[in-house]
Every structure is written in structure tokens, then in C-alpha cells.
Ligand binder design. Structure first.
Ligand SMILES: Nc1ncnc2c1ncn2[C@@H]1O[C@H](COP(=O)(O)OP(=O)(O)O)[C@@H](O)[C@H]1O
Ligand SMILES: [Mg+2]
Length: 227
């Protein structure tokens, strides 16, 4: 599903954000990406999302070499990815329902499909009773569940989440990862950057550690609480 072959990324100012990264993530995996601030985690995700391009190496996503994807085709590729951000990025003057409906509207979904799908996705994240609320009337955890609903609504093959629990109450972080786990059980691949060791310890998933732009550890998911 995702392959990195000797991928390096140097920003125009000379910062080497990723150096010779090789890895692959299979369909249906749930991967935590950890590492200190500035390690290159966000750069790794941005390369997958075609927000940045590598200086060398090849990235393959859903069987496509990203180096061959034309600029005008990038939006289509992104539709296969649901993105979740640390700062939620909800539209403040829109209700919960409209925030999620808007994501379907922009990809050209019919009103009929939107009316059917949005309530379903909101119930999946436990927000069916908050459809008419505005983002500022919700807790951080609830806002991020709207973010998740929006990421899921166009049925992506993968969810890419960059520190999705970074701005919410630690107790509610588990809730978000529980939801991601449930989504993963239904077949969606999950890539999640996190700083929270508690989460990584608790959920026993594959962990890729990036340090100084390199993958320094890649451990398969551990069953039975060894980690
Ligand atoms: N647009 C950019 N221009 C220049 N340097 C950048 C840019 N984005 C990130 N960097 C640098 O690249 C390195 C990796 O950044 P990043 O991938 O954001 O790390 P992380 O997400 O692990 O904190 C850091 O040194 C950061 O300052
Ligand atoms: Mg980052």
C-alpha cells in the first residue's frame, strides 16, 4: 500500500528532513510513528500526501509511483486518504453536520448520498446527538471526532493522522485511538504520528521510530503487553 525506496528529502534551506528511508506499510496495518520533535515525522506524512516531493528515491502509494503522478491528479490521489490534524481544522461557522457534509460536497457527492452518509458516519464516531452543534460548543475530544468523521466520510483506504491527540485531554486521547482501532478493524490502514508513549504502550501496534530523518526502529505489533 505504501512503499518508500531510499527516500531522501532536503528542504530548500538545506535541512535534511529524511535520509535514505526504506519501509513498507501493508494494507490494513495500524502504524504508530514516533520520534522527537524535528525528527522528520510530518515530512514523512507530507511525502505520502504529495504535499512535498522527495529529492531522491521513490514512493509508491496504492500501486502508483508518486513521481509519475501529475499535479492535476494529486487531488484524486488524496481522496484515497483521510487526513486528521492536531489542530482539528474544522470550519467554525459550520455545524458538525455541515463540516462533514462539506467534505463530501467538495468531491461532488450527490445531496442524496450526503444525507444518507453523514448521519451514519457521525453515529460511528458517537456524535449523532451533536449534529447541529458548532465546533466551539464541543470539547477537544469531540472536535477531533468530527475531524475523524470528516476524514472517513469519503471512504478512504487510509487515515493519515499527524498528532491527532496533541491538543486534547490525555484521558480522551485513548478514545480517539480506540476509534481509530475500530476503523482499522473495518479494513482501513492507519498511520498515526504521536508523542504519547502511553498510547503506544497501551495499543500494541507496529511502531516506526524516526530519529534525525532516519528510521531507527521498526517493531512489529506486540501482543500480550510486552512493550
Ligand atoms: N518547509 C520546511 N522548510 C524547511 N525546513 C523544514 C520545513 N518543514 C520542516 N522542516 C525541518 O525539517 C525537519 C523535520 O521536520 P518535521 O518533519 O516537521 O519533523 P517532526 O514532524 O518530526 O517534528 C526539522 O528540522 C524541521 O525544522
Ligand atoms: Mg510534526
Amino acid at each position: 500500500m505504501i512503499e518508500f525506496h531510499d527516500v531522501s528529502k532536503t528542504y530548500p534551506n538545506g535541512t535534511e528532513a529524511l535520509k535514505h528511508v526504506n519501509l513498507s506499510v501493508k494494507k490494513g496495518e495500524f502504524v504508530f510513528i514516533v520520534g522527537s520533535s524535528g525528527a522528520g515525522k510530518s515530512t514523512f506524512l507530507k511525502l505520502i500526501m504529495c504535499e512535498e516531493t522527495p529529492n531522491s528515491g521513490e514512493i509508491i502509494v496504492n500501486g502508483r509511483k508518486l513521481s509519475t503522478v501529475k499535479k492535476r491528479d494529486v487531488p484524486y490521489l488524496r481522496r484515497t486518504m483521510g487526513m486528521v490534524f492536531q489542530d482539528f481544522r474544522l470550519i467554525s461557522h459550520m455545524t458538525v453536520y455541515d463540516n462533514v457534509a462539506f467534505a463530501m460536497h467538495v468531491v461532488g457527492a450527490s445531496t442524496r448520498d450526503i444525507r444518507k452518509r453523514v448521519p451514519y458516519i457521525l453515529s460511528l464516531v458517537g456524535l449523532q446527538k451533536k449534529m447541529d452543534a458548532y465546533p466551539k460548543q464541543l470539547s477537544g475530544g469531540e472536535q477531533q471526532r468530527v475531524g475523524l468523521a470528516r476524514a472517513l466520510v469519503n471512504n478512504p483506504t487510509m487515515i493519515i493522522a499527524d498528532e491527532p491527540t496533541g491538543n486534547i485531554d490525555p484521558a480522551l486521547s485513548f478514545e480517539i485511538v480506540d476509534l481509530l482501532s475500530e476503523i482499522n478493524r473495518r479494513g482501513t490502514t492507519i498511520l498515526m504520528v504521536t508523542h504519547e508513549h502511553r498510547l503506544v504502550k497501551h495499543f500494541h501496534r507496529r511502531v516506526i521510530e524516526i530519529h534525525g530523518g532516519q528510521v531507527v526502529a521498526d517493531t512489529a505489533m506486540v501482543m500480550g503487553g510486552v512493550r
